[in-house]
Design a protein around this ligand. Structure first.
Ligand SMILES: *Cc1c(COP(=O)(O)O)cnc(C)c1O
Length: 377
């Protein structure tokens, strides 16, 4: 059996252990310390927004954003249907109702027309949505200009899920700075990782002050432990933050390599009949966290996404179907959905290819050879 090729494995830089050692030297084996402060400052500098709060995960960052916006029992929150469940689950944590909106075909993210349709319909039915969650899947920026115009028109805040999009840009602005509140994930498979972790970012300092309070057990300002609100233990560990500092040093290099992976796949696959790759449109700069292909069996002589995935699996190469839409998930079956078939089609025909920044040229050649063999090319 040939060595395993993973979809998107961690890629350490060698700088991380220096910062972990610092945490040990200072004996800050705790959710406070100089690595945490350093990582928040350094990410703030990278993004150009100083208000950053490091948390245990991207999911806890989305949950905290919901709490900061006061999402509560009975509220409605708009979210993409085509996404990872972690993007929608926090709406349920707050006992609110997710309103699911389908994707457009150019960014695969929230379709602005369907967003507006959903908002006006919910208002007609008696409730104005309290927030809009926007995601940039696979690193590709959503149509932020149109989405922002609609959000502003109806005065609804945006929670930007940039979990997969650190380093991506929309019209020259970094993803992770485009929401009223924004989040990034440092889970093990993301473009940089701390093993697990997340960041909450906002241009509004008050939001981050409030988030810090909620994420550290909601302790009132008193010498004893005094609580008038329910809080959470969501702060990142100072050790984990050290890994993040080492990783952030090499983010530009990681983006360059992921983009080169995408170029390679384009070069080898884009002229094959029935194979399509998601590409940047004007104004969108993607970190190409994952390279994705669509497989149209009508043009591949009947070969499907699953045919390719299963042979890759047999060859010890990990690939994965695109996200299964939330409106098809049993747990979200009760949620109103404004869909037009786009995300269902993406799910049926799409595949994520191995895209790690530590993929070797040899491994890329191995992957492409398998795909060409399945397609009899
Ligand atoms: C990874 C991911 C999350 C969750 O982040 P965690 O750090 O794993 O909790 C949320 N949304 C999207 C789109 C993601 O890819």
């Amino acid at each position: 059996m040939q060595e395993k090729i993973w979809l998107s494995p961690p890629h350490m830089s060698g700088n991380e252990q220096k910062y972990i050692q610092l945490a040990f030297d200072e004996n800050y084996i705790a959710p406070v310390g100089s690595n945490l402060i350093g990582f928040e400052n350094e990410l703030g500098q990278y993004l150009g927004v100083p208000n950053v709060l490091m948390l245990t995960s991207g999911t806890s960052a989305i949950h905290t954003a919901m709490m900061v916006l006061g999402i509560k029992d009975g509220d409605e929150v708009i979210a993409p249907s085509f996404t990872f469940a972690a993007c929608v689950n926090p709406i349920i944590y707050q006992r609110a109702l997710p309103i699911l909106v389908d994707s457009d075909t150019e960014s695969w993210n929230m379709n602005p027309e369907l967003l507006e349709k959903a908002i006006s319909d919910r208002i007609k039915l008696g409730k104005k949505p309290k927030a809009i969650v926007v995601v940039h899947l696979y690193g590709m920026p959503a149509k932020m200009k149109s989405l922002r115009e609609i959000a502003n028109k109806y005065q609804i805040p945006i929670i930007e899920d940039a979990a997969e999009a650190l380093g991506s840009e929309f019209e020259g602005q970094r993803c992770g700075t485009l929401g009223d509140l924004s989040i990034i994930s440092f889970n093990g498979n993301k473009i940089i990782t701390t093993s697990g972790g997340g960041a909450l970012i906002s241009r509004n300092k008050e939001y981050i002050v409030r988030a810090r309070f909620l994420a550290t057990q909601a302790k009132d300002d008193a010498p004893h432990y005094q609580h008038s609100e329910i809080g959470y233990n969501y702060r990142m560990s100072n050790i984990v933050a050290g890994i993040g500092r080492g990783q952030l040093k090499v983010i530009e290099d990681r983006i360059k390599i992921r983009r080169a992976n995408h170029d390679y796949y384009c070069h080898k696959l884009e002229n094959l009949p029935g194979i399509n790759l998601l590409k940047e449109r004007p104004g969108a700069f993607s970190n190409y966290w994952l390279t994705t292909i669509l497989v149209n069996p009508e043009l591949t002589g009947g070969k499907t996404r699953e045919d390719i995935r299963l042979v890759l699996e047999k060859e010890n190469i990990e690939s994965r179907p695109l996200w299964k839409p939330m409106h098809l998930q049993p747990v979200f079956a009760h949620c109103p959905a404004y869909v037009d078939g786009t995300s269902e089609k993406l799910f049926d025909t799409g595949l994520c290819l191995p895209s790690g920044s530590n993929l070797t040229q040899e491994q890329k050649e191995r992957i492409v050879a398998v795909i060409l063999q399945v397609l009899n090319q």
